[in-house]
Design a protein. Structure first.
Length: 190
């Protein structure tokens, strides 16, 4: 199978549960040759981060590093710039995917010829993350969403899949200078 998804994980603290995120990708429903994981260490030594990941998992990851002191968008931008797959997916070092999530998203994106799939998220407790707030009409709308009326801009991050060609064509990028409050949130994405 051709490389279908490049997953970019940004990490800024070696104590984050990166092993859990990586393990969830191994169970995300795509064969090894269809998905590549890139971990971008931001302001933390790559060797320190690697110590928290078992050796078998460590060897399956492409490791990048940036010491740029800018905001959290910087490592995502570095990883996306290095992507080569049809789709790109990002996640934080403390996020994880439900089993089969990547395969389901990819099937849905291809079947509907979508540039992006933005799935539901759950807090670590299992409760649904209520962003974006759902438009009441039409009910259960899943495709051809309007960025404003469907409040997609409310999302804290574009977790899911985005076609790499659309990123390039539309000039989409993270603002590397945007800073966010330091909060420790975990999301289960699926």
């Amino acid at each position: 199978m051709d490389l279908a998804v490049d997953v970019v994980i940004a990490i800024h603290d070696a104590s984050r549960p990166l092993q859990r995120a990586l393990a969830s990708l191994a169970d995300a429903g795509l064969p090894d040759d269809a998905v590549r994981t890139t971990v971008v260490c931001h302001g933390v030594a790559k060797e320190d981060v690697q110590r928290g990941v078992d050796e078998a998992m460590r060897s399956r990851v492409r490791w990048l590093h940036t010491d740029d002191g800018r905001g959290p968008g910087m490592p995502f931008g570095v990883g996306i710039a290095a992507a080569e797959a049809e789709y790109v997916s990002i996640m934080g070092s403390d996020d994880w995917l439900e089993p089969g999530a990547l395969a389901g998203w990819l099937d849905f994106a291809r079947a509907n010829r979508l540039d992006a799939v933005i799935p539901r998220e759950r807090h670590a407790s299992g409760a649904l993350v209520r962003t974006p707030p759902v438009r009441s009409w039409p009910l259960h709308r899943r495709v051809r969403l309007d960025p404003l009326r469907d409040r997609l801009v409310y999302r804290t991050a574009p977790l899911g899949l985005v076609r790499r060609a659309a990123i390039r064509e539309d000039g989409l990028e993270f603002d590397p200078d945007l800073l966010i409050p330091d909060k420790s949130l975990s999301f289960n994405i699926g």
